[in-house]
Write a protein that binds this ligand. Structure first.
Ligand code: HEC
Ligand code: HEC
Length: 422
């Protein structure tokens, strides 16, 4: 099926090219003689047809989204078990490529002004610097946009601050249908996508035929979001070189090492933001066998004391109607957090220094406040008594989670040749 399509496309593009165009076909053997030292057969490169390449800056052979070469600290059984990729939607290079184009395509909003990327910018860790984001009609979202790196490692697979989407495949269709964000019905979405000249070839590469369905759009978008893995920060270089998160990293400043020790130990951040098997909060320094030294997630929504009682936004509680869930929110992965201000579900904290001060002295006594933020055995919020140097060190450590390689990786950038998605 796939082969037939490629022959068809190649025939088409050759037919539409002037004769002299033939010898500049990408991948043509005249330009790149086959290497004799090559041991692995290269994937067959078929040129993308002109209706794709005239609009989109995509390589003829897709970027490698499917088999990212993750470092050892991501390959532990525990971290691998956090992956929420369903058997029915494994990442393929062509599927994630299609998802990337959809992610940046403003045709997916009612008046063609907003794409996913408008609120999830690569340069901001796939988040938004605005407290609330304007949708296609200028109306604001109810909450702060969420950063997307490593969304794939949230074990339960639930998405949004209030976890109302049961899977990523379900989540990605909701902003498109939101009357604030993108404002299309699903039939309108299918018509919009089917009307763009560049999609038939991309759907065929991804799914074997040009047919556009909501299921395929959902799968491709989810594949692209899951492919956004952050693993190339200075923190990752430190773990790789040292073999363990605990000891001082040679590539860190003294302040960053101090911040890391505080994060893992006395400041108690890792007890939530570096999940490990139940009952095993990381001791300081943690042993080399610590199960998770890779993803800075809490695996269930919880309450971190932003408010003292019930409010107009009670997070998970408003979905389940269970008072024990009031004020519980999902926390996104902390990677790239230095780029994703403002913070929290309501975007109410504008700097990392103020986030640290919240945990130091500002945690409020919500009835559902997480026990890890209380004085043990009481309802009283815990105070950390950090010195100003401690607080600055924590902020410096969080900065080591910035992944410049991901932020500048062309595989995740806007593929549209015109202004496109942003
Ligand atoms: C107008 C801004 C806007 C647009 C457009 C938008 N988003 Fe979002 N996104 C948000 C906001 C705000 C949230 C948090 C909403 C909430 O929790 O209630 C969010 C949350 C998410 C999450 C949840 C992350 C997590 O860890 O739970 C994902 C995934 C996501 N968006 C993907 C997308 C995709 C894919 C698209 C395009 C189809 C898109 N978004 C379009 C603003 C936007
Ligand atoms: C009891 C668990 C818990 C502990 C301990 C904890 N946090 Fe959090 N953290 C959360 C939750 C839950 C959220 C999301 C809350 C919300 O938005 O309503 C969050 C949000 C954050 C955010 C904002 C993320 C974003 O993208 O908006 C940062 C930064 C952060 N925490 C850093 C820290 C640091 C630093 C420490 C240690 C001083 C710490 N946390 C301790 C549970 C915790």
């Amino acid at each position: 099926m796939r082969g037939q399509f490629f022959n068809f496309v190649t025939a088409l593009s050759i037919a539409s090219l002037p004769a002299c165009g033939l010898d500049v076909q990408p991948g043509g053997q005249d330009e790149v003689p086959p290497s004799t030292t090559q041991t692995q057969p290269q994937p067959q490169t078929q040129p993308l047809p002109p209706e794709v390449s005239s609009v989109l800056n995509l390589p003829d052979t897709s970027y490698g989204y499917a088999n990212i070469d993750l470092p050892a600290h991501f390959r532990t059984p525990f971290v691998q078990a956090q992956d929420n990729t369903p058997a029915a939607n494994p990442i393929s290079n062509d599927g994630a490529t299609l998802g990337r184009v959809l992610f940046y395509d403003k045709n997916l909003s009612a008046n063609r002004t907003v794409a996913c990327a408008s609120c999830h910018g690569q340069d901001h860790g796939f988040s938004d610097t605005r407290q609330l984001s304007p949708g296609f009609g200028g109306e604001l979202t109810a909450r702060n946009s969420m950063p997307l790196s490593n969304a794939r490692f949230y074990r339960s697979g639930k998405f949004f601050w209030d976890e109302r989407a049961a899977t990523l495949e379900a989540q990605v269709l909701l902003p498109i249908q939101s009357t604030v964000e993108m404002g299309l019905t699903l039939p309108e979405l299918v018509d919009r996508v089917a009307a763009q000249s560049y999609y038939p070839a991309l759907f065929t590469r991804a799914f074997g035929s040009a047919e556009v369905t909501t299921d395929r759009i959902s799968k491709a978008l989810a594949q692209f979001v899951r492919s956004i893995v952050s693993y190339r920060s200075r923190f990752d270089q430190g773990v790789a070189a040292t073999g363990s998160i605990g000891p001082s990293f040679a590539n860190f400043t003294a302040e960053e090492n101090r911040g890391k020790a505080l994060f893992l130990g006395p400041a108690g951040c890792a007890a939530c933001h570096l999940i490990n098997p139940p009952g095993a909060p990381p001791p300081n320094p943690p042993p080399t066998t610590l199960n998770n030294q890779a993803v800075f997630f809490i695996n269930v929504a919880t309450n971190n004391g932003l408010t003292a009682g019930f409010t107009t936004d009670n997070g998970v509680g408003d979905i389940t109607k269970n008072t024990a869930d009031f004020g519980r929110f999902k926390s996104p992965e902390l990677r790239n957090v230095a780029l994703t201000a403002p913070y929290m579900h309501d975007g109410s904290i504008d700097t990392l220094a103020k986030v640290v001060e919240h945990y130091n002295s500002g945690v409020l006594a919500h009835p559902n406040l997480d026990p890890r933020l209380r004085v043990p055995g009481t309802m009283t919020p815990r105070k950390l008594n950090l010195t100003p140097a401690d607080s600055a060190a924590l902020v410096a450590f969080l900065g080591t989670l910035t992944d410049e390689s991901l932020i500048s990786d062309p595989a995740y950038a806007n593929p549209f040749r015109n202004a496109g998605g942003k």
